[in-house]
Design a protein around this ligand. Structure first.
Ligand SMILES: Nc1ncnc2c1ncn2[C@@H]1O[C@H](COP(=O)(O)OP(=O)(O)O)[C@@H](O)[C@H]1O
Ligand SMILES: [Mg+2]
Length: 221
């Protein structure tokens, strides 16, 4: 579902963020992207979401090509992605529930159905009791759960989470990873970036993409 052939990404200031990336990620896979800060993890997610385009090489997501002349493809691809951004991008002044519902705009659902799905998603992340709280009053971990609820309420085939454990303590970080993994099934791929390799060192049945200065190595366990 995500196939790249010799993809490189060079930013306009000539930073070589990714070099000769070859990946083949299948439906229902759990993928961890690891590597130190600045190695290219977020850049790889941005390529998959069509927020950046390959400078060279070819990339397709859900069988549709990603390049700067295919904006129609990118709109379609994004409908099936549930993104969890590093900085959350929650809308302050709005409640958790409203934020989750905003994640479903442009998907064509009726308002009543959006509300039902948003409530279900908040239930799944264990935040029903905060659904009417404004997001600026939530803790970091709670905000992360709202961001995850917003992503999964879209019923995506691909969940992309960028450093979802941030600097949470060990137990809370493991909880967040467990929550994200709980949404993986044969139709839903989950891709998680993290620089905290100690959190996932014992994981099995997952694919590990380690990024180092823009080059990747892949290990399937
Ligand atoms: N928009 C951008 N323009 C120029 N350089 C960028 C941009 N975004 C990221 N970079 C650079 O690309 C490299 C990889 O960054 P990034 O993908 O954010 O790494 P990571 O997520 O692993 O910390 C870094 O050198 C970073 O400074
Ligand atoms: Mg990053």
């Amino acid at each position: 579902m995500i196939i790249s052939n010799d993809v490189s990404l060079i930013y306009p200031d000539k930073t070589q963020a990714l070099i000769d990336i070859n990946i083949d990620i299948r439906p229902g896979e759990l993928v961890y992207i690891t590597g130190p800060s600045g190695s290219g993890k977020t850049s790889l997610l941005k390529l998959i979401m069509g927020m950046e385009y390959p400078t060279t090489g070819s990339l397709s997501v859900f069988g549709k090509s990603i390049n700067n002349s295919r904006s129609g493809n990118i709109r379609k691809i994004r409908r099936s992605i549930g993104p969890v951004f590093q900085e959350f991008k929650l809308i302050e002044g709005r409640t958790s529930l409203e934020n989750v519902m905003m994640g479903m705009r442009f998907l064509g659902a009726m308002p009543k159905q959006m509300k039902t799905s948003a409530n279900e998603a908040l239930e799944k992340v264990g935040l029903s009791h905060k659904k009417l709280s404004r997001v600026e009053n939530l803790s970091w971990g709670e905000s992360q759960r709202v961001a995850i609820a917003r992503a999964v309420a879209r019923k995506p085939s691909l969940i992309l989470a960028d450093e979802p454990t941030g600097n949470l303590d060990y137990d809370n970080a493991i909880n967040i990873l467990g929550l994200l993994k709980s949404f993986m099934n044969e139709n839903t791929t989950v891709i998680i970036t993290t620089h905290a390799t100690h959190l996932i060192k014992d994981e099995q049945n997952a694919t590990f993409i380690s990024v180092d200065k823009g080059r990747i190595e892949i290990e399937r366990r």
